[in-house]
Every structure is written in structure tokens, then in C-alpha cells.
Design a protein around this ligand. Structure first.
Ligand code: PAF
Length: 297
């Protein structure tokens, strides 16, 4: 989906309630559960953009009660990553949630999410090993630990994740399946700027020159999708993609791979159900993106 920059008119805006503790959230949402309302959760770290709002809109369409969470999760940031610099503007985020019909915002502090002595880490193996899992050791443990905590606190029937973080979406889906959590995980297609750049809270870090180079991530994946055919040398195509990104001005490439869209295992030959995945850096800013091979976005 490409973004048209129009300001989204507020939909029906119920009076939004902000809750800081799991106990308050449980008490506030119980009457809606007793009424049989389907509960949808949109987990976020704030710094909202149109991509997040697409998740909210879909949750609003599907569910009788919509909870959005706002928590910049320290455990999914590695040493030297941008946890401290991560953009935070709670008032603006809450106004956007309100304008898009969110019923409850759950904005816990770190002590609520990770109380003293909290000793559980949720690890999903296999599907977390490649791509961002290889480039950011420990990242997905942080994600699955906080998401399982959010699921425990918010008790949703459905939770919505953006496909821009496709590996995260599949990892959470796997966690839910393997732990037998009764939650439907819905992936929502990436929202893009007109030039193809996937919306991301980290795009705000790009200087004008970097911003001009950034759409090459999308453009290179799109071009690669058109180069795939039976008998193609996948490794050579990925090497071509990596070089194309460097030629376009990226400073380094963490990965440029074609994988099975369900298992995320790297492809060795052209096949059905493949997806292209890329992560590359412009200065200190790391951008990621992905797209299906058979129906490039
Ligand atoms: O995608 C994100 O914003 C985060 O990884 C999530 C799912 C909210 C967990 O902190």
C-alpha cells in the first residue's frame, strides 16, 4: 500500500482511556469481555506513522474493543542500538490513537513489564536464527518476551503486526502456535511512501541525502523480483542485490536474501511462496524491508 499523505479524518472517537498497569487494564476491559466483545490488540513502541494506523484501522473494523499498547521495550535493543534515541512522543501518539478509534491505550512503565526479579525470557528457535536474528543477536528474545507479556496483560483475541517486520510477525505467530495461546495473529501489508520507502519510525533519522538514497532498498527488491525465473542462480541474484544497494549509496548491507515465506529458510532455487528480505545501513540508520516475489508490492 502506498501512502497518499492525506490527513486521516477522525473516525468515531470513543473517549480513550490510558491505563498504566495490567490490573487496571484487566478491570477496565472485563465488562466488554463479559459482553462478548472481540478484543483486538495493536502492540506498538509509539512514534506512530500511517503503517501503525493501518493496524488500528483493521483492528477497529474487526473487533468490538481495541487496545493499543505503547511501550519502548528495552530488551529488544542490543548494545549500541538506538534505545535512548528512539523517538518518544506519548501525547502525539495518544491523540492519533484517539482519532482512529482506539478504546484503551496500555502504556506501562518498565517496572510493570519487568518487575524486580522477573526472570522469564521467551525464546523461539529456528525461525529467529537468520535475517534480523543473525544481525541483531538477542533481538527476538526481547520481542517474544515483551509480546508474551503484552498478551498476558491485554488478553487479546486478535493481535495485529505490520509485515514490514515480517520476521517478527512470523516469530510471534510461531510463539503463539507452539505455546498454544488462543490468539489470532494478523499481518498487515507494509505502507510505503510514494517512492517506495517503507514507513518506519527510524526514517526520521535520515538526513536529506540518505532519504534520497533510501528508496533503493525497495527498488532493488522490486527489480530482483523481476529477475527470478526457473533455473536462476539465487545466490548470484542476492549478490547482485547487495552490490546494487552499495552502488545506490548504502554504507553496508546486513543481508539481502530470498527465503521461504513461512519457514524463512533461504531458498536455493526458484519456488513458490518466496519472499525477498533486505536490511541495509545509511550511516547509523538501519533500514529493513521485504516483499513477496510473486506479487511485488
Ligand atoms: O514492532 C514493534 O513495534 C515492536 O517490536 C513490538 C511488537 C511492539 C514489541 O515491542
Amino acid at each position: 500500500m502506498h501512502c497518499d499523505y492525506t490527513v486521516t479524518a477522525p473516525e468515531v472517537s470513543p473517549s480513550l482511556t490510558i491505563l498504566r498497569t495490567a490490573a487496571d487494564l484487566r478491570a477496565a476491559t472485563q465488562p466488554f469481555r463479559d459482553d462478548g466483545k472481540l478484543v483486538g490488540l495493536v502492540p506498538t513502541m509509539g512514534a506512530l506513522h500511517e503503517g501503525h494506523l493501518e493496524l488500528v484501522k483493521r483492528a477497529r473494523r474487526d473487533c468490538g474493543l481495541v487496545i493499543a499498547s505503547l511501550f519502548v521495550n528495552p530488551t529488544q535493543f542490543g548494545e549500541g542500538e538506538d534505545f535512548d534515541a528512539y523517538p518518544r512522543n506519548e501525547a502525539e501518539d495518544i491523540a492519533l490513537f484517539d482519532a482512529h478509534g482506539v478504546d484503551f491505550v496500555y502504556a506501562p512503565d518498565a517496572a510493570e513489564m519487568y518487575p524486580d526479579g522477573f526472570g522469564i525470557t521467551v525464546t523461539v528457535s529456528g525461525i529467529t536464527e537468520g535475517l534480523c536474528g543473525a544481525a541483531r543477536p538477542g533481538h527476538f528474545d526481547g520481542v517474544t518476551t515483551v509480546v508474551s507479556r503484552l498478551f498476558e496483560h491485554c488478553a487479546p483475541d486478535v493481535a495485529y503486526f505490520g509485515e514490514k517486520d515480517y520476521q517478527q510477525f512470523k516469530v510471534v505467530q510461531r510463539m503463539v502456535e507452539e505455546l498454544g495461546m488462543n490468539i489470532r495473529i494478523v499481518g498487515i501489508p507494509t505502507v510505503r511512501e510514494r517512492d517506495g520507502l517503507a514507513l518506519s519510525s527510524r526514517n526520521a533519522y535520515l538526513d536529506p541525502g540518505q532519504r534520497r538514497a533510501a528508496p533503493a532498498l525497495y527498488g532493488t527488491m522490486f527489480a530482483l523480483a523481476g529477475r527470478l525465473h526457473d533455473g536462476v542462480d539465487i545466490a548470484a541474484q542476492c549478490a547482485w542485490g547487495r552490490q546494487a544497494l552499495l552502488d545506490a549509496g548504502f554504507d553496508s548491507v546486513d543481508y539481502f536474501e530470498i527465503c521461504d515465506a513461512d519457514t524463512l529458510v533461504p531458498a536455493i532455487a526458484n519456488a513458490d511462496n518466496l519472499r525477498i528480505f533486505a536490511a541495509a545501513r545509511l550511516g547509523a540508520t538501519r533500514l529493513i524491508d521485504n516483499m513477496p516475489v510473486d506479487r511485488p508490492e
